[in-house]
Ligand binder design. Structure first.
Ligand SMILES: Cc1cc2nc3c(=O)[nH]c(=O)nc-3n(C[C@H](O)[C@H](O)[C@H](O)COP(=O)(O)OP(=O)(O)OC[C@H]3O[C@@H](n4cnc5c(N)ncnc54)[C@H](O)[C@@H]3O)c2cc1C
Length: 396
């Protein structure tokens, strides 16, 4: 048992997109003592993983030493949180240290739930399955698909919650466009597995995605999720029963996700089956522990998680933490989120909606759900720069 806890005014668990940008925003607002506990030595801009899977980016282009993204004035603790006691406002780490705090922010992202799909880990290890959602496997996706001449390939969109799950469509469309240009698409059977009846459950954007899928002759398995992998086959669970997609040349199967186990063990989860942190989705304050807050992929915000959503969450949460201490009214997050989807190698549609699925375009008057080359360029080249230079520094 650690004997001398180190105290911080604000302690943030997880120095990913959420934790780093929130720390920067709080420090810019004058917070005197902000510490972030982050276990990994490398920080990744994960949206570029999709482009790694399409041969348009490298892993090194999306990775920076984690120490280099720490905001000025922020204390970084390189350690892994193993348990939290929200009643005592204390956090224990793998190295045996204990930290206490006045305000706790929980944002460790989601964990891959490998146990939910028996055979998936083994298929990744064997090399016939991979996905852009796994940092270690993403670099194998494009080499597995680039030279394909014929055969059957399956792509899956994970059920929610998932980190911007709709972007699982990006590698599919980039590969299909590549195969068409290479003149081999007619010899490749492409299957897509989606958890809903339509790709996004949003009429206008769905019509565009369905059109693109039809143009590449993709066979869509609807209301389907992957239940196991074996013998170069993927078994699907569908309303009509089990279905097997087999004889696969390659499987782009995205794991299912859930909150880290210690979130649930700490009593921070609510009724969400994936153990998400039980916050008021408007204020992001924990429903039972008033000094605990959460944002990002792990928070039950009743919207689809994404990095784009974090821009809005951070802008509401940083002032809320400071306002709560002064007894002032708290601001509300409207559930804004983004789904950037390539429909070809160099064309992208951007879907931006609020919690109710109502369009929330960043650029008014332009229908960004129409696939365009310029939107692709912004997503591939401009946004990473905005991320490193502005979002992580609390300037957006
Ligand atoms: C393939 C892919 C493509 C994506 N594309 C897009 C896109 O195009 N647009 C978009 O808006 N979003 C996209 N996203 C989603 C976006 O990356 C996430 O929504 C965002 O990163 C969530 O931030 P977060 O800080 O909540 O979680 P994370 O980014 O997962 O960060 C959590 C951090 O907490 C740390 N951590 C976890 N557990 C512990 C612990 N116990 N102790 C200490 N530290 C811990 C982790 O190391 C990590 O650094 C994509 C994600 C993926 C995987």
């Amino acid at each position: 048992m650690p004997d001398t806890p180190q105290h911080h005014d604000v302690l943030i668990v997880g120095g990913g997109n959420a934790g780093t940008s929130l720390a920067a925003r709080l420090l810019r607002a004058g917070a005197p003592d902000v510490a972030v506990i982050e276990s990994r030595p490398v920080h990744r801009y994960r949206p570029l993983l999709s482009y790694v899977g399409g041969g348009e980016a490298t892993m090194s282009s999306l990775s920076r030493p984690a120490d280099r993204v720490v905001p000025d004035g922020c204390t970084t603790l390189r350690d892994e949180v193993v348990s939290v006691d929200p009643s005592a406002m204390s956090v224990d780490t793998l190295s045996g240290r204990r930290f206490t705090c006045t305000t706790l922010v929980v944002c460790p992202g989601l964990d891959e739930d490998w146990d939910a799909i028996p055979g998936l880990r083994e298929a990744y290890d064997a090399g016939w399955a991979a996905s852009t959602f796994d940092d270690d496997a993403a670099a194998r996706v494009w080499p597995s698909m680039r030279g394909l001449q014929s055969g059957r390939v399956v792509f899956t969109v994970p059920p929610e919650p998932a980190p911007c799950g709709a972007t699982a469509l990006k590698p599919l469309f980039m590969a299909c466009d590549h195969w068409r240009r290479a003149g081999v698409l007619d010899d490749i059977d492409v299957d897509l597995v989606i958890p809903g009846a339509s790709p996004l459950g949003l009429d206008g954007p769905d019509a565009r995605i369905e059109e693109a899928l039809a143009s590449y002759d993709v066979r869509v398995h609807r209301e389907a999720t992957v239940s196991r992998l074996d013998g170069r086959g993927v078994t699907l669970s569908t309303p009509a029963g089990e279905e097997v997609v087999d004889n696969l040349a390659f499987a782009h199967v995205v794991p299912h996700y859930r909150a880290p186990g210690w979130v649930v063990d700490a009593g921070l989860a609510g009724e969400h089956p994936a153990g998400l942190v039980d916050v008021d989705p408007l204020t992001m304050r924990h429903r039972r522990f008033s000094d605990v807050w959460s944002l990002g992929d792990v928070a039950d915000l009743r919207t689809r998680p994404s990095g784009g959503a974090l821009r809005k969450q951070v802008a509401v949460l940083a002032p809320n933490i400071l306002a709560a201490r002064l007894g002032r009214p708290l601001g509300h997050y409207d559930g804004y989120t983004v789904m950037p989807i390539t429909t070809a190698r160099h064309r992208l549609m951007l879907v931006e909606v609020d919690r109710e699925g109502r369009p929330q375009p960043t650029v008014p008057g332009v229908d960004l759900t129409k696939p365009r080359a310029v939107t692709w360029w912004v997503d591939r080249y401009a946004l990473p720069q905005v991320y490193w230079r502005r979002i992580l520094r609390g300037r957006v």
